[in-house]
Write a protein that binds this ligand. Structure first.
Ligand SMILES: NC(=O)C1=CN([C@@H]2O[C@H](COP(=O)(O)OP(=O)(O)OC[C@H]3O[C@@H](n4cnc5c(N)ncnc54)[C@H](O)[C@@H]3O)[C@@H](O)[C@H]2O)C=CC1
Ligand SMILES: O=C(O)C(=O)COP(=O)(O)O
Length: 524
């Protein structure tokens, strides 16, 4: 039974995919609630209120997936989650329209003094001259960050007869042309725009992007909007520039600290505010809740999630194609780990044939996770595989080659240790399954499943017989046996499979046999 903690106010109807799932128990409580046993939680659903810090993650050893019912993941320590192999997903487009509409409503309100006029009339006043505003029509709107929300705002601004100037370092010419916006530098936006609105995520690069130096470059009478994240526009600088009359007004939905408390910006009449309401519509909340509930359920059902922040995205079709190779990669990693017991310096993975058409980086991560399974205490999966290898000083190399050794597809992995290397090659044959076809320079052919014994020995008469006798004496039934050699009388290998693992006495006797060079029991 999976335990899912819904830690923030998430639309109840949207949670239905999880409530309907027999293998999940949904607990709607805050992380600080003493009734919640954080140690048992497998999945957590949050909005922006709950801060998923490294400290919180330490208290949740079972946690497998963090789902953000919204866009911004700045309240989640994604690096700490990744290190622990915890998948982070969000709902990237469920609240785009709501946030764009809210920003537009704020912009119109700001230029027409609607909140101030509303309060005045409610106060039984009728001051028509006090609230003379400005038209949006004909104004230059500067958009910083032309992603999903920025683009929806640009479309609306065009309909209102505004010129749209955009600063987004990742904006392509094609996208700028198709949205009919002018691609600019940040300075051009600052110098030319009448109204500036920010729509980037909050990152190290965007924190304080609009600071005092930036504000100095703006036109006198400029308006600012922040419906993205507190801190992208430096609050102190804004207060100074509103205070000295350079900035005509600001509309803020978000703050560096939420709620902002006694904030200097709240004292200005020309600063209008909402309590982080961008995504707060029935439609958006239903969208984002449904999206993340489905994602978490998908994850529990062992299918690929779509909107992960720390895993490559994969459609259902692609996943079906990659699935057999994913399994083969894990098995290759696991066999390698059981055959090379010492610490390794390098893992090189070579893909050839049809498998190269797939997302091989995902297979590399699967192979590494198979390698670390049962080797280290940390739970390693595709999320933290590369990071774990790096932390342990293992260099990982991935190559694509044209030689597939006569097979339709091939994955070859070589582990380099100080003075030796060990390689393995696997293939997936349709309607037949995964096969290991090459092991440490020997051709072989076996199914990588169950209890196996790998023996490297001298190719001399009687070796196979002596191995058989020891196993027979211990009443051990050999299920399958494959042999391979390079030349007569040289070294050879055998791979045997059994119904159950060998006991230590049989293993000891086998290892003492003359002519046996290397022996490894493999459990898959
Ligand atoms: N007020 C609210 O309730 C809501 C706020 N948001 C905030 O809005 C942000 C944007 O959301 P979306 O448009 O959905 O995200 P998005 O990922 O589609 O767009 C972000 C854009 O910012 C651009 N960008 C990144 N770094 C930049 C930089 N240094 N300078 C200029 N542009 C940069 C990216 O290229 C991208 O085009 C979210 O990260 C979130 O923090 C989102 C939803 C609701
Ligand atoms: O989706 C986002 O990034 C938002 O800021 C919305 O936040 P919320 O879920 O309303 O707390």
């Amino acid at each position: 039974m999976y335990r899912v903690l819904v830690a923030d106010a998430i639309n109840a109807e949207g949670l239905q995919p999880l409530l309907d799932y027999a293998d999940a128990q949904v607990i709607e409580k805050k992380v600080t609630d003493t009734e919640v046993n954080l140690k048992e939680i497998d999945a957590i659903l949050v909005r922006s209120a709950t801060k998923v810090t490294e400290e919180l993650l330490e208290k949740m050893p079972q946690l497998k997936i963090i789902a953000r019912a919204g866009v911004g993941v700045d309240n989640i320590d994604v690096n700490a989650a990744t290190k622990r192999g915890i998948i982070v997903v969000n709902a990237p487009d469920g609240n785009t329209i709501s946030t764009a509409e809210h920003t537009f409503a704020m912009m119109a309100s700001l230029l027409r003094n609607i909140p101030q006029a509303h309060a005045s009339v409610k106060n039984l006043e009728w001051k028509r001259n006090a609230f003379v505003g400005n038209e949006l029509h004909g104004k230059a709107l500067g958009i910083v960050g032309l992603g999903r929300i920025g683009a929806e705002i640009a479309k609306r601004a065009k309909v209102f007869g505004m010129t749209v100037l955009v600063f987004d370092p990742f904006l392509t010419k094609e996208r700028a042309t198709s949205l009919n916006v002018q691609s600019c530098t940040l300075d051009e936006v600052l110098e030319q725009a009448d109204i500036i609105t920010v729509h980037t995520p909050l990152t190290k690069e965007t924190k304080g992007l609009i600071n005092e130096t930036a504000m100095k470059k703006t036109k006198k009478g400029v308006y600012f909007l922040n419906c993205a994240r507190g801190g992208i526009i430096d609050e102190q600088a804004l207060a100074v520039y509103i205070g000295n009359g350079h900035v005509a007004g600001a509309a803020l939905d978000v703050f560096e600290e939420e709620p902002p408390g006694e904030h200097p910006l709240l004292k200005f009449d020309n600063v209008i505010v909402t309590p982080h309401l961008g995504a707060s519509t029935k439609e958006a909340q239903l969208n984002v809740a449904t999206q993340v509930a489905k994602e978490v359920r998908t994850y529990f059902e062992d299918r690929p999630v779509t909107n992960s922040i720390n895993l490559p995205a994969m459609s259902k079709d692609i996943y079906e194609k990659i699935r057999p190779f994913h399994h083969l990669s894990k098995q290759l990693g696991s066999i390698l780990s059981q055959c090379v017991k010492e610490g390794i310096d390098e893992l090189s993975i070579n893909y050839s044939g049809s498998v190269t058409e797939l997302e091989t980086s995902y297979l590399t991560k699967a192979l590494i996770s198979g390698f670390f399974k049962n080797r280290i205490d940390v739970h390693v999966n595709e999320v933290n595989a590369l990071l774990t290898a790096k932390e342990r000083g293992i260099t990982v190399g991935e190559k694509i080659s044209t030689n597939s050794f006569g097979y339709a597809n091939c994955i070859t992995v070589t582990a380099k240790v100080e003075n030796r290397q060990f390689s393995l090659r696997g293939t997936y044959i349709d309607h037949y399954g995964p096969r290991i076809v090459h092991m440490n320079d020997f051709n072989i052919d076996f199914h990588p499943e169950g209890n196996l014994l790998y023996i490297q020995h001298m190719d001399r008469p009687g070796v196979i017989g002596r191995v058989g006798k020891i196993l027979g004496d211990h009443a051990i039934n050999i299920a399958t046996m494959q042999v391979g050699r390079k030349e007569i009388g040289g070294e050879a290998i055998m791979v045997l499979s059994f119904d159950k693992p060998l006991d230590s006495t049989a293993l000891q006797l086998l290892s003492e046999l003359d002519d046996i060079v290397l022996m490894n029991q493999i459990t898959l």
